[in-house]
Ligand binder design. Sequence first.
Ligand SMILES: [Cu+2]
Length: 295
Amino acid sequence: MNMNKLIIVMLSAVLLLAACGKAESRQHDGQQATPTGSHADDSQKAEGGHDMEHGEHKESGIGEQSANIEVDWRFSPEQPQASTNAVVSLKVMDGQGKPIQSFDLNHEKKMHLIMVSKDLSYFDHIHPEYKGDGQFEVETSFPAGGDYKLVADFIPTGQSAATITTWVKVQGKAFPQAAITPDSKLEKTVDGYTAVLSADSLKAGSESMLTFRISDAASAKPVDDLEPYLGAVGHVVIMSEDTEQYLHVHPMNESSTGPAAQFMTTFPKAGVYKIWGQFQHQGKVFVVPFVVKVS
Ligand SMILES: [Cu+2]
């Protein structure tokens, strides 16, 4: 379980487009053309919603023109302890077990690693450092015992985006499992900011525009000077409550500075999803979580 090898089918371009819309492909092009500071580690915490079963992650399954990617996950210590630093290492290989050498920068990073607790109440988004020879590494800590899903998101040069996942069991006292209940009101206040989310369509298989409006919680004044975070006005990560569906969405207009940030995505199937919006203001990143029901 600590060095389980996972062979996953890469997300096809079809899914990528479905998930991210046109803004996503434009974004990728832009990133490749103008790489910015590659792999510094920055991380930020959020809080969140919920989820359920383990199970094999069959990623998407829509990958016709996909290549096989294999990731060897290792944890040090092998069984991470709650609230104690642990190193996560990932070795990215092709279908023949040969290390993949080159990765495209995507939003300033060669790899994005999303970590969520099984009930989606914990969310973190960090950036493993590329050590060469297919090897990525990052130090992190988990807040409590229990099962966590890790999602590595990267683009081997010349290939389409890959999303590879694993589960890790963290030793220590677990938090009580939170229920994942759709929010009755899509408004959250976090770290002094209020975010209101509006979604124009929450229908599986059709495009949904997610609009976040950010204001100062104390003054209610709209925040119109959001700062770029990883090269865009915001980032959105979405996971289904069973953690099987994962979407990483980039904004329609990356250079927006707020107060609105718009993201176009397509929910692959009906169900309950947790959405984390990540924004930066005055040098600090904050994360606003929402739970929605997609019909
Ligand atoms: Cu990232």
